[in-house]
Design a protein around this ligand. Structure first.
Ligand code: HEC
Length: 273
């Protein structure tokens, strides 16, 4: 019976297409459940250990100038950490630059503690299964102190406006051997690569849901990952040369992302896959 055989063959073929999609959706749901379980019990978030380490580092007298970071001005005055992350990146008169959290930490370690910049940024972020770096711990500590606050980025100074414009331009600029822009992977809802959801980062609702989650504890790496690292990693995925830690480019992109996420909750450190 050729007709029945054809129908059966057709049904089998249809199933072959449908089944993997259903399996992926189930896996995604399970991954989501796993993340929710980790979130529901804050004690199970290893990112908090990094925040504790960061707090100790913040208070510790270190470096050639024998100073702690307690004199560091993150935008709210020297030593004021509470809520400071919510207002970053911003223009700093002393540096005459727009700085994000991480580049401001580098600036303070350099000027207050006397560390050489080249030394500080030699290993700014950790690789899988390495212990976290000082910058990762410090960034996690400062971000945690804004947990519960909402992003309220500054946009008064001409350099802040220029950084935002640069960030927006870079986000949509196709570059590199693959001719990718950030928007190629993050410019539409519902996209994913394998099991990783790709948020539509220029859509405020989606940016608000994820940008405040960074720095985040990354289960697959066993360490905390910062926004500078996240952007550098995405540039690597675009097959572009390694971008400098705290460069104007990464700060401008952070400025753009934070402006898209304006009003969104800061929930750092969160947990990522
Ligand atoms: C080739 C595709 C691709 C491009 C292009 C790309 N990214 Fe990504 N991006 C990813 C993937 C994949 C992830 C998720 C990684 C993971 O789950 O570990 C991600 C995650 C992110 C996240 C975290 C999102 C979340 O869910 O918390 C941010 C922020 C981000 N990218 C920013 C950027 C920026 C800025 C650019 C441009 C410089 C960019 N990406 C370019 C693939 C890309």
């Amino acid at each position: 019976m050729p007709a029945r055989t054809t129908i059966v063959a057709f049904l089998l073929l249809a199933l072959a297409f449908v089944a993997p999609v259903a399996a992926i959706d189930d896996t995604e749901k399970e991954l989501d459940r796993y993340r929710q379980m980790l979130k529901a019990d804050p004690w199970s978030n290893p990112g908090l250990l990094e925040a504790d380490r960061g707090e100790a580092l913040w208070k510790q007298v270190r470096g050639p100038k024998n100073a702690s970071l307690e004199g560091c001005d993150l935008g709210k005055g020297p030593g004021k950490v509470e809520g400071a992350f919510a207002g970053l990146p911003r223009y700093f008169k002393d540096a005459d630059r727009v700085l994000d959290l991480e580049s401001r930490l580098v600036w303070c370690m350099e000027t207050l503690q006397g560390f050489a910049k080249a030394e500080i940024v030699k290993r700014p972020y950790s690789k899988a299964n390495q212990t976290g770096t000082d910058l990762e711990a410090l960034a996690t500590y400062v971000a945690l102190k804004s947990n519960g606050a909402k992003f309220a980025p500054h946009l008064e100074h001409a350099k802040e406006k220029a950084a935002l414009a640069l960030g927006e331009g870079l986000f949509f600029r196709r570059q590199g051997p693959m001719d990718f822009a950030c928007a190629t992977c993050h410019g539409e809802s519902g996209k994913r690569i394998r099991l990783q959801a790709l948020p539509y980062l220029s859509k405020p609702e989606e940016a608000r849901a994820v940008i405040g989650e960074w720095p985040a504890y990354r289960v697959s790496q066993g360490t905390v990952m910062t926004m500078q690292h996240r952007i550098a990693d995405c540039y690597w995925q675009m097959r572009l040369p390694r971008v400098d830690y705290g460069s104007d480019v990464t700060i401008a992109l952070t400025m753009y992302l934070v402006h898209q996420a304006k009003g969104g909750d800061i929930t750092a450190p969160s947990i990522k896959r």
